[in-house]
Every structure is written in structure tokens, then in C-alpha cells.
Design a binder for this molecule. Structure first.
Ligand code: G3P
Length: 214
């Protein structure tokens, strides 16, 4: 299972989470990565943890003030990027452009979407993976695998129907090892989560609990 921890703009210590994720990663078969804010990418990557960007823009080198260039993200040490997160929505053409920009910079891609129909559309753009996250459950602590298991199973089916090389993650409300197992049992290849780790008093313990049953 892939456990991708999105730190969003939570007021957590990205280095503490990164070091905890690196250490826990060494104890488990699960794959753990951390997606900090863009300005923290280099420091987080320097800890040795697998590091992802939260976003890249559909642009190339040039006159693009205030944008995030995939090549810069890769040069900072990121090896993958989220695209079209629920809190950073893009138009369809821009999702396509961001996937192409990430590919150009050799970044792995996870395109987020709200529901199975959007997952099918996202899978058609050829990312490495898609992540289904019902927005209403994000940050609630109520896991999508429990509150809406059908959305995960339907997303897995929708992506496979379009392109079975695209793997499927799920997210929203996931915070325990049981949630990760439930996601796995619904066909998900990984989980995308944030508050369960970023807002935990002890991120290392939260991470250890997440991968413990795997
Ligand atoms: O990117 C992960 C996310 O949107 C889910 O957030 O806090 O429900 O784990 P959370």
C-alpha cells in the first residue's frame, strides 16, 4: 500500500513528519511519502523520505509569474506530485497540461477527483494513479472506506475500465491502520491522507499506527 501524506498548509513541523515517515518507512512493506508545501520540498527531501509536491502548474520554463514549474519541484527533490487536489482544482485542459508537465520532469503523478465519473476522466489523461476523495469527508475523521465504500469500489472499477495501468488511491478521513486495511480491501492501492498525521500530537505514533496492520 502507498501511504501519501499531504501536509497541506497545516501548521505542523514538516521536518518532524518527514523524519518520522522516513523512520516508519524502514519498518514496513508499505511505501510512505510526504507532500509538504512547495517551500519545504528541499528540506523534506533532504531527510531521505520520499517527497511529493502538492501541485504543479501546466506550464513550461518562461514568463509564468507565481506558478509552480514541474522541473523546479523535481530539482528540489520531489519525485511525484498531486494534481487537481480538491483544494487546488484545475480545469480539464489544465489537469492534462499538468500531467504532461510532470511527465516532462519525470515526476510520478496522482490526479485527484471527487467521484468515480471524474476518476474515469482523470484516468483517461494517463497519470500514474488517481485518488478518489469525496470533498465532504475531507478533514472529518470519518473514513471514506467506512462512510462511502461504494465510491472507492466504483472508482477502482471506473479507472480499470479506462486504463488498467492507472492505480487507484482513496482518501478523506483516513487516520488509522484499520482505515488503511479497509481501503485495501475495497481495491485501493493506497491512501491519501492529511489531518490524521499533520494534526496529530505525535505524528510518528500516528504513522506507526497507520502501517501497523499491513
Ligand atoms: O489530501 C488528503 C486529503 O484531502 C484528505 O484529508 O484530512 O481527510 O486526511 P484528511
Amino acid at each position: 500500500m502507498f501511504v501519501l501524506i499531504n501536509l497541506k498548509t497545516y501548521p505542523c513541523d514538516p521536518m518532524a513528519v518527514a523524519e518520522a515517515a522516513r523512520d516508519v518507512d524502514e519498518t514496513t512493506d508499505a511505501r510512505i511519502a510526504v507532500a509538504p508545501q512547495a517551500t519545504h520540498l528541499e528540506a523534506v527531501a533532504d531527510t531521505g523520505v520520499e517527497t511529493w509536491a502538492q501541485h504543479v502548474d501546466p506550464i513550461d520554463y518562461g514568463s509564468n509569474t507565481g506558478h509552480t514549474l514541474a522541473e523546479t519541484v523535481a530539482a528540489a527533490g520531489a519525485t511525484g506530485t498531486l494534481i487537481n487536489h480538491s483544494e487546488r482544482r484545475l480545469k480539464l485542459a489544465d489537469i492534462d497540461g499538468a500531467v504532461r508537465a510532470a511527465e516532462r520532469a519525470s515526476l510520478e503523478t496522482v490526479v485527484c477527483a471527487n467521484n468515480p465519473d471524474q476518476i474515469a476522466a482523470a484516468a483517461a489523461l494517463g497519470p500514474d494513479a488517481v485518488a478518489v476523495e469525496p470533498p465532504a469527508l475531507i478533514g472529518t475523521g470519518t473514513p471514506v472506506s467506512q462512510a462511502d465504500p461504494d465510491v472507492v469500489e466504483d472508482a477502482v472499477e471506473a479507472a480499470a475500465h479506462v486504463d488498467d495501468a492507472v492505480t487507484v488511491l482513496c482518501g478523506a478521513g483516513i487516520s488509522t491502520g484499520d482505515d488503511v486495511i479497509a481501503a485495501h480491501d475495497l481495491g485501493s492501492s493506497g491512501v491519501l491522507l492529511a489531518s490524521g498525521v499533520a494534526k496529530a500530537d505525535d505524528p510518528a505514533a500516528a504513522l506507526a499506527d497507520l502501517v501497523d496492520p499491513l
